[in-house]
Design a protein around this ligand. Structure first.
Ligand SMILES: Cc1cc2nc3c(=O)[nH]c(=O)nc-3n(C[C@H](O)[C@H](O)[C@H](O)COP(=O)(O)O)c2cc1C
Length: 223
């Protein structure tokens, strides 16, 4: 009888343990979403934006302004000057920025066979200053490669807008251009006079098929 009682007791205990184990499952199952939600509900990240920059500022030394930075700025409507600008950027490691007109030039605007079209009218209007859409910073720049096409023997008027609206102090500007055959003329000097700051070199007319080695020699000739 005693043994029987013991067995019964043991069985009751086993049953009690098993049911207790099963009883835990829903509790755990319930707690899982709570745990899953925890990171989302944790307010800690909300504090991060306030604390992180302060910590970053304290721990990370301010990045030193890059010195002797080279930049290529190009105005190009049909891609010829841009193609050369890309090569210059690749050869020098300089950043390339497009001088984007606020009002893009359409094919009709560029039709120089019609003297009444936009580009030609602008070139015939010395004080025309087409607006620029791009925000070009010259911070830290000491060498600027400045590219443009020749329009009626001159730099497009938008180049005047650019040079007149930036400070080139401490910058050597190396102008280059492409054309159907005309030379660069005094376009570099004229842009320098309009800028009033910086050192503007004589512009070089580069051919669309200029090789990398020719370009490299041209780059080196300005060092
Ligand atoms: C309005 C206009 C005037 C131009 N005037 C001349 C010029 O006087 N001499 C010349 O050789 N090419 C002239 N061209 C041709 C461009 O200089 C040439 O196609 C240039 O490589 C275009 O450069 P892009 O493709 O970077 O815009 C003229 C083009 C346009 C649209």
């Amino acid at each position: 009888m005693k043994i029987k009682n013991l067995i019964v007791l043991f069985l009751i205990l086993v049953l009690a343990l098993v049911s207790a184990g099963c009883g835990n499952t829903p509790a755990q199952a319930q707690s899982t979403p709570a745990q899953t939600q925890a990171p989302a509900a944790t307010p800690a990240p909300a504090a991060t934006p306030e604390t992180a920059p302060a910590q970053a500022a304290a721990e990370t030394p301010a990045e030193p302004a890059q010195e002797n930075k080279s930049l290529v700025v190009v105005f190009s409507c049909t891609g010829t000057t841009k193609g050369i600008a890309e090569k210059i950027a690749a050869l020098t490691g300089a950043e390339l920025m497009d001088l984007v007109p606020a009002q893009p030039y359409t094919a009709e605007d560029l039709n120089y066979n019609d003297r009444s079209t936009r580009a030609t009218v602008e070139q015939n209007t010395p004080d025309a200053r087409p607006e620029i859409a791009s925000d070009i910073s010259l911070d830290g720049v000491t060498t600027l490669y400045l590219g443009y096409p020749i329009w009626w023997g001159q730099a497009p008027r938008i180049m005047s807008t650019f040079v007149e609206s930036h400070d080139f102090t401490g910058i050597t500007v190396i102008p280059f251009c492409t054309s159907g055959g005309s030379g660069a003329g005094r376009t570099g000097e004229t842009l320098g006079e309009q800028a009033g700051t910086g050192t503007f070199l004589t512009s070089t007319r580069l051919s669309s098929g200029v090789s990398d080695s020719e370009l490299q020699s041209w780059i080196d000739s300005h060092k």
